[in-house]
Design a protein around this ligand. Structure first.
Ligand SMILES: O=c1ccn([C@@H]2O[C@H](COP(=O)(O)O)[C@@H](O)[C@H]2O)c(=O)[nH]1
Length: 239
């Protein structure tokens, strides 16, 4: 895979115009675009088609977390929308992920579509060990152990990959094997700001740890020259 194809640009902007401007500017410099809660909720689902029409693949990052039937129905909508990937929270449980995986495959088959890559979010990159234990009440387990256990559960349920911090890539790869997709946010080039991310690495480190894809937002979108920032990251990945 070419270095640029590994980059998924987070379109964390408020309007369709800003998003499509970034897509036009960066579609030859990244592999896909991530549409999260802000953009999806402010513009509506049509934004996925608009990005596809400009030649961009879309990762819909809405992190579904609900009862199995509700999440499976949302997964069928994602399949019909034509996204390349979408995600749910692994914390939603085994049955939720199993039903989702099954219904997405069925829906794609019935409609003759390519099924989207289903991903399970493990432990958010903004969560620290202290928050995991004191606020989320997951006591006596390291973040890495929780992420690995949830990744294994997701794989057993038929989910195709995970979203995890770069710090957990190696252990998840070892537990889930080479074909399980690993998508990692929490990517910060040495020259960029950390913002609210806690468990981070540089793009090169994430690649060496075994990431398939890396989600990068502000280091590119908030740069004075986003295209130059993307090119700089590609060079670092190739170097
Ligand atoms: O654990 C997670 C899951 C999702 N994200 C999302 O990735 C991007 C990261 O953007 P940056 O600007 O590069 O920090 C953002 O859209 C998050 O919602 C995450 O960061 N961590």
């Amino acid at each position: 895979m070419q270095a640029k194809e590994r980059i998924i640009l987070a379109l964390d902007v408020a309007t369709r115009e800003e998003a499509l401007q970034l897509v036009k500017e960066l579609k030859d410099h990244v592999g896909a675009f991530k549409i999260g809660m802000q953009l999806f909720n402010s513009t509506g689902p049509d934004i996925v088609k608009a990005v596809n029409d400009l030649g961009g693949r879309v990762f819909v990052d809405l992190k579904f977390h609900d009862i199995p039937n509700t999440v499976a129905e949302a997964g069928k909508v994602m399949t019909r929308l034509g996204c390349y990937m979408f995600n749910v929270h692994a914390a939603g449980g085994r049955e939720m992920m199993r039903k989702l995986a099954e219904e997405v495959e069925k829906e794609a088959q019935n409609l003759g579509l390519i099924p989207p890559i289903t991903l399970a979010v493990t432990v958010l990159t903004s969560i620290s060990q202290r928050e995991l234990e004191e606020d989320m009440l997951i006591k006596g387990l390291q973040v890495e152990e929780v992420a690995v256990r949830w990744a294994v559960m997701a794989k057993e349920a038929g989910i195709k990959g995970v979203v995890c911090s770069p710090h957990e890539i190696r252990a998840i790869r070892e537990a889930c094997g080479p074909d399980f997709k690993i998508v990692t946010p929490g990517i910060r080039p040495a020259w960029s700001e950390k913002n609210d991310q806690k468990r981070i690495t540089t793009p090169k480190e994430a690649l060496e740890l075994g990431a398939d894809y890396m989600v990068i937002g502000r280091p590119i979108t908030k740069a004075d020259n986003p295209k130059e920032a993307a090119q700089k990251i590609i060079k670092e990945l190739e170097g």
